[in-house]
Ligand binder design. Sequence first.
Ligand code: C2E
Ligand code: MG
Ligand code: MG
Ligand code: MG
Length: 277
Amino acid sequence: KARNLGRDCISVYRAEIKTDVKRDLEIESQIRHALGQGQFECWLQSKVVADGSVDGAEALVRWRRADGQLVRPDEFIPVAERLKLMIPIGIEMLQQVAQVIHQLEQAKVPQAIAVNVSPVEFLAPNFVESVKEIFTEESASLSLLTIEITESLLVSGEEQVQQRMEQLRLHGVTFSIDDFGTGYSNLVRLQRLPINELKIDRQFVQQAEGNPKHKALLDAMLSMAKALNMKSVAEGVETAEQADYLLAQGADYLQGFYYAKPEPCRSWLEQQLKARR
Ligand code: C2E
Ligand code: MG
Ligand code: MG
Ligand code: MG
């Protein structure tokens, strides 16, 4: 009986592996095709300051398939990361972001644009050189680029991460810790690295109202940013009450559906160029 069970388990296991591999191969070829077709689009979501005006945005990738269907990052990023295809996708994003920054500068309305960079991308052999090359090519200032990294990157690859961050900082790049509060930050390390901004995860923002412990943590993270001389960004702001509370607690930037949803970078850019003319 035990042997039967054993055999069943093995065959199920094998079948699962097979379908996973098959599925990955399918997605892999689809992503390669999508890269060749320029199907990865940079969308932008505004960041807002205390008086409600827009000051910069976060770039969020969208995959527009040939049939027009939009695929959200959560559906392809995990696979793309596993297959290292996140590296060329990230290059695509950096190129589009550099073009946006260039246009903002040309129109004399410079604003920082934040781009999400996953550990596979940040640790790719020539990441720093790629970033510099792209921004030179597009005539965009690196001082308007913010790189959002997660706490997981800080836990990995110690030396190299710090070196790369410092190299990029020398060129004016700023760093933000995304989804802050959900990872395992080494606080000693955090204050040693060239980090300009803490981006507080939306679960603290959204659950503070009903949950005194979340509220305490939210307040503590905002004070911590201040104490460490970092800016704070609250993500996932959906209501006026959340916005009021965050501003009263001294959050520097707010971002969320209450203010703006992500939109294609073209239309975001047009708004900015119109508004500041
Ligand atoms: P993230 O960087 O934490 O981005 C915030 C996510 O929350 C975005 O989802 C955004 O659309 C969504 N969001 C913004 N405001 C609100 C709100 O008020 N309420 C709610 N419920 N959600 C809100 P999205 O675009 O689906 O991206 C998901 C994640 O995928 C991002 O989380 C980021 O980790 C990753 N990602 C997105 N674009 C890129 C990229 O170009 N490169 C890399 N490496 N990762 C990316
Ligand atoms: Mg982000
Ligand atoms: Mg986030
Ligand atoms: Mg997130």
